[in-house]
Design a protein around this ligand. Structure first.
Ligand code: NDP
Length: 340
């Protein structure tokens, strides 16, 4: 059973060598009387919050943010096939997505399964992305927290990533004007030419982010979908309209810093009566059936597209995960452990 272990806790940017590959053993038979499920992992999801779990101390008091255990497999979202189940809700051959471990086969409590996969006429890897946790994040954050209205101006950071690419497309479906920022020319082209954003820019090439936002939003921003924090958030605060909303999804630019950068323009929240609302996707999983009903037809008709960055093999997992923090991934970063 090939596994990826965490070698040491991390401070600063994570490196591939913070993880190591192990050839472990697992009995592919459920222990007598067990209620757990035995899974064959197919696709693993690389997610930015995994970095916060590499800190020695537990993260915020939210389920799933506790520190990883050293010399044990990483855990995270993934798509898997049930080999044997002690829980009557699952049976051999079922495809599921939820919390699993970075290894070929896993024995996990059945409560770690988030949903059974009922529709497999779309790529299975999509359940680590557009039809999984990041998809739900974009959906809940944009529609539930953002309360978008037709004609509003939307700005998305980390716009070509797993979450951002969908927020932009949801904004277009709602009839909004949408601009995205990303860290390379290739990503900017993707946003404009494939993902339907009205405009996009490379934040690394803008010396003055405030000026860039003024250029794209002369009348101001109604919704800022926050993925990065730091300097981008600070510049956005100067460019929000009255009663703007900031679905506060993530702040990836701060995850590797020992001390977070100051946001100097925060008082704009007051003057402009802005709602900046943090959210954790798992609070919205009750909306999953509604989400599938909304999204599946759009995928099947090609009205929503999804860009994935596929790393082949568990041994390439650490590099893929670390790559999130240098922007090496183009689209949703997935690791393929097995295809069936
Ligand atoms: P992505 O697929 O977008 O990958 C991360 C991207 O972030 C990189 O490709 C890179 O793109 C960008 N990035 C990395 N470092 C920086 C930096 N210092 N400054 C600006 N951009 C940076 O990740 P996801 O779509 O999965 O996640 C996006 C955000 O959503 C994250 O903050 C994540 O923590 C958050 N999230 C929150 C959830 C919730 O429940 N609240 C659930 C899921 C995700 P580029 O080349 O453009 O810089």
């Amino acid at each position: 059973n090939k596994q990826v272990f965490l070698r040491n806790y991390v401070s600063g940017f994570p490196k591939e060598s913070d993880m190591y590959l192990v050839e472990g053993k697992i009995t592919l038979k459920l222990p007598e009387g067990s209620n757990d499920v035995l899974l064959k992992n197919l696709y693993l999801s690389c997610d930015p919050y995994m970095r916060t779990r590499m800190n020695k101390v537990d993260g915020p008091e939210v389920e799933g943010f506790n520190a990883y255990i050293l010399d044990s497999p990483l855990t995270g979202y993934g798509v898997a096939k049930v080999i044997e189940s002690g829980d009557p809700n699952y049976k051999e051959g079922d495809l599921v997505w939820g919390f699993t471990k970075w290894e070929e086969y896993s024995l996990v409590p059945s409560t770690q399964i988030v949903f059974k996969i009922e529709h497999n006429d779309v790529p299975l890897s999509y359940y680590t992305g557009i039809l999984g946790m990041p998809g739900m994040t974009a959906y809940a954050g944009f529609f539930e927290i953002g309360s978008p209205k037709k004609g509003e101006n939307v700005f998305v950071s980390a716009a070509s990533g797993a979450v951002g690419q969908l927020v932009g497309q949801f904004a277009k479906l709602t009839g909004c004007y949408v601009v995205g920022s990303a860290g390379s020319k290739e990503k900017v082209d993707l946003l404009k030419n494939k993902l339907g954003f009205d405009e996009a820019f490379n934040y690394k090439e803008e010396l003055d982010l405030n000026a860039a936002l003024k250029r794209y939003f002369p009348e101001g921003i109604d919704i800022y979908f926050e993925n990065v924090g730091g300097k981008t958030l600070d510049a956005v605060l100067l460019n929000l309209k009255l009663h703007a909303r900031i679905p506060t999804c993530g702040m990836i630019s701060q995850y590797n810093l020992t001390q977070h950068e100051g946001v100097t323009n925060l008082s704009n929240l007051i003057y402009k009566r802005i709602r900046m609302e943090g959210f954790v996707v798992s609070d919205y999983y009750h909306l999953y059936p509604k989400f599938l009903e909304f999204l599946l037809p759009h995928i099947r008709e090609g009205k929503i597209v999804y860009v994935e960055d596929i790393a082949e093999g568990l041994e390439n997992g650490p590099a893929a995960l670390v790559g999130l923090f240098s922007g090496r991934n183009v689209g949703k970063q997935v690791v393929v452990v097995a295809r069936e």
